[in-house]
Structures are given as C-alpha cells and as structure tokens.
Design a protein around this ligand. Structure first.
Ligand SMILES: [Fe+2]
Length: 179
C-alpha cells in the first residue's frame, strides 16, 4: 500500500479543444504558447487529433484535442483530458504502475499488449507512432479523473526540434545503440 518513494512532479495537462484554427487562435494567440506540432489522430481508437504546445524546453506543457470539420466537436470528458505527472525513470514508472493497479487505479488506454506503459515516438524501436517521446501509462482514479504518469519527455531545441543530445542519452538509457 505504501507508494513508491518518489516526488511526483505535475508537468502537463490534456485539455478539451475543437477546430484547429480556433485552438491555435487561443492557445498560441492568446496564451502565447509555442505550437510544437499537430497530429490528425490521437491513436488508440480515439476520434480526434492532438495539438501540442510548450512553454518550456519540453515537447509539450499543454495538449489539446483537435476535432475535424464535421465531427461532433468536443464532447469527450472521459476520453482525453488528463493531468500528467513526471517521474524520474522507468523503474519508478513501473513501481507506480504496480502500486496503482493494486490499489484502485484503473489502467486505461493507450497501453502496451501486456497492459504496461507505451512510448510515444515515431522513431523509437518501442514507439507507437505518436509524438512526445515520453514513456507513459494512463489510469483513472475512483472518481473518473484521468491521469498520465510518464518519464523521458523529449527536450526541444530553440528550432522546435528534438534535442539530438537528449535523444542519444535516452536511447542509451533504453538500451539501444545511438542512431
Ligand atoms: Fe499527456
């Protein structure tokens, strides 16, 4: 019952959104966040895309649903919105996965074939094709709130690219030869 001995750091939020132009107008134009990239599909069978924004050197601090033209926009309170906690490494991530599964956290998609974390990456050997590079799992608390726990989110350069030095270190940590 005792949780893994790690400070949890609140890192990003996933929010409801709408049409891409409206989302860009508000999050970029009004909140002055930097647009990182937009994917047409959130994956895991979810019927919307995701627009990523950042205020720091990490890949995203805010992720927003993008609903295609003609789709019934925005009514997905149990599908995407989440808060994300960062943990220091894979071992702590797995310790939290076990702890939550055993103590009332309902693990929810996206998940790997054995119900474990996924790697959001178009290039990592374990990647599921989505951006962000973070290794993550999702769960709901007993009240229906959705959370992400993750480690290893991509660090970005000034040019909005994944920092190659960060990527080399991450691949080494994950046991793959640097590309
Ligand atoms: Fe997230």
């Amino acid at each position: 019952m005792k949780p893994p001995p790690s400070p949890l750091k609140l890192q990003h939020v996933g929010l409801r959104g709408g049409r891409l132009a409206d989302v860009l107008r508000f999050f970029e134009g009004v909140l002055d966040l930097r647009h990182v990239e937009t994917v047409a599909s959130a994956g895991a069978g979810l019927p919307f895309g995701i627009c990523f924004f950042r205020a720091t050197n990490l890949h995203h601090d805010v992720a927003v649903e993008i609903w295609p033209e003609g789709a019934p926009s925005g009514d997905s309170p149990r599908m995407f919105p989440h808060i994300a906690f960062e943990v220091p490494d894979r071992e702590v991530l797995m310790a939290w996965h076990r702890h939550l599964k055993e103590n009332g956290g309902e693990i929810v998609p996206p998940m790997s074939g054995d119900g474990g974390p996924v790697v959001f990456s178009p290039t990592h050997p374990e990647g599921i094709g989505q951006p962000g590079e973070n290794r993550a799992f999702f769960f709901r608390d007993p009240f229906g709130n959705r959370y992400e726990f993750f480690c290893d989110m991509a660090e970005m350069t000034e040019d909005n690219e994944i920092d190659p030095e960060w990527n080399r270190e991450r691949m080494k940590r994950d046991g793959y030869p640097a590309g």
